[in-house]
Ligand binder design. Structure first.
Ligand code: AMP
Length: 222
């Protein structure tokens, strides 16, 4: 199964992705994670991307498309089921993704749209903590680690993303409303969009999704 996860930052895409990784063994491909990795390694893409990410703006299409194309068609490509998280974010990215997947004859199955509201998003992202080692997600109130600032899964240190502050969150939300809305319309027109309630608990969202997959008989087609 090939999925795209859409929705504003903090709508629960990452948490849903972690559940689907476990239950359906789908590979989680996040352009945000890939860009942060490039920043950490101080590659030319990373250095360029940093300027945009810190302000909460979108990194230019050509950089992210290049990263995704390599991931989906390069030597170490992901062959089976995957979910794209945080990509596409513009109509150009959505069109290029269709082109790339068309060339390798692997069309998308669904675009899952997690809807959420600004107060919920600010509350979620403001308290979000991420493991620097394995990427596991925590929340200081809703899902605190057992030991302060330490990942339960791997013992890595937890950190707060520099762009998870209220000013940058508001910019990211504005950016999302302007560009990503067009991506939602794009998949709606293709009949691939499924809307999910991102304000609900992620286990509940997953249950709704499994129902949809079963009804469409998608689960035996990985
Ligand atoms: P995320 O981890 O998905 O919230 O992404 C963090 C930041 O990375 C975003 O605010 C953007 O600056 C950048 N980014 C991630 N994915 C994309 C994309 N598909 N297009 C442009 N910028 C992106």
């Amino acid at each position: 199964m090939r999925l795209v996860l859409l929705g504003p930052p903090g709508a629960g895409k990452g948490t849903l992705a972690a559940l689907l990784k476990e239950s359906l063994k789908l590979v989680h491909i996040s352009t945000g994670d890939m860009l942060r990795e490039e920043m950490k390694k101080e590659t030319p893409i990373g250095q360029e991307a940093k300027k945009f990410i810190e302000k909460g703006e979108l990194v230019p299409d050509e950089f992210v498309i290049k990263l995704i194309e390599k991931k989906l068609t390069g030597g170490k490509r992901v062959e089976h089921g995957y979910m794209l998280d945080g990509f596409p974010r513009t109509r150009k990215q959505a069109e290029d993704l269709d082109r790339i997947l068309g060339e390798i004859r692997q069309p998308l199955d669904y675009a899952l749209y997690m809807e959420s509201t600004l107060p919920v998003i600010i509350q979620r992202l403001g308290g979000r903590r991420v493991c620097e080692n394995c990427g596991a997600l925590y929340h200081i109130r809703n899902k605190p680690p057992k030991k302060d600032k330490i990942c339960d899964l791997c013992g890595g240190e937890l950190y707060q993303r520099a762009d998870d502050n209220e000013v940058t969150i508001r910019t990211r939300m504005d950016v999302y409303l302007k560009s990503t809305r067009l991506v939602i319309d794009y998949y709606q027109a293709q009949g691939k969009l499924k809307k999910l309630d991102g304000d609900k608990d992620s286990e509940e969202v997953q249950a709704v999704l499994m129902q949809i997959f079963h009804e469409d008989r998608k689960l035996n087609k990985h």
